[in-house]
Design a protein around this ligand. Structure first.
Ligand SMILES: [Zn+2]
Length: 113
């Protein structure tokens, strides 16, 4: 389950931010997760709760914002929304569609005390 290592790196970013911005408590974490990132939101939530115990983010609310997958069709050249990797182009039905967005995960905002 790679959500555990993702949750750990999120905590690392939060703790770095806590020491440079001098806050002691995180109340809410907004995280953007691309539709093609292969992240299971419920699993991420579970892992986040587990790794943040006894940290500045203990008990913090995790708000997951799913961002759409995006790709460029190599047949018709259009940029299209992609719900899943290896889906055909929704415009022309062609293959392959090169994935150009929606594969990453990043912390967007922290609400802190
Ligand atoms: Zn196409």
């Amino acid at each position: 389950m790679h959500e555990m290592s993702l949750a750990e790196s999120m905590l690392q970013i939060i703790e770095d931010s806590a020491s440079s911005n001098r806050f002691a408590r995180v109340k809410t974490v907004w995280v953007e997760v691309g539709q093609l990132a292969g992240v299971e939101p419920e699993a991420l939530r579970f892992c986040f709760d587990a790794v943040t115990q006894n940290s500045v983010a203990e008990g913090a609310q995790l708000e997951i914002i799913e961002t759409a997958g995006e790709g460029r069709c190599l047949s018709c050249g259009k940029t299209v929304n992609l719900a899943q990797r290896y889906d055909p182009c929704p415009e022309c039905g062609g293959y392959p569609v090169e994935v150009t967005g929606g594969t990453e995960m990043r912390i967007k905002e922290l609400e802190v005390d």
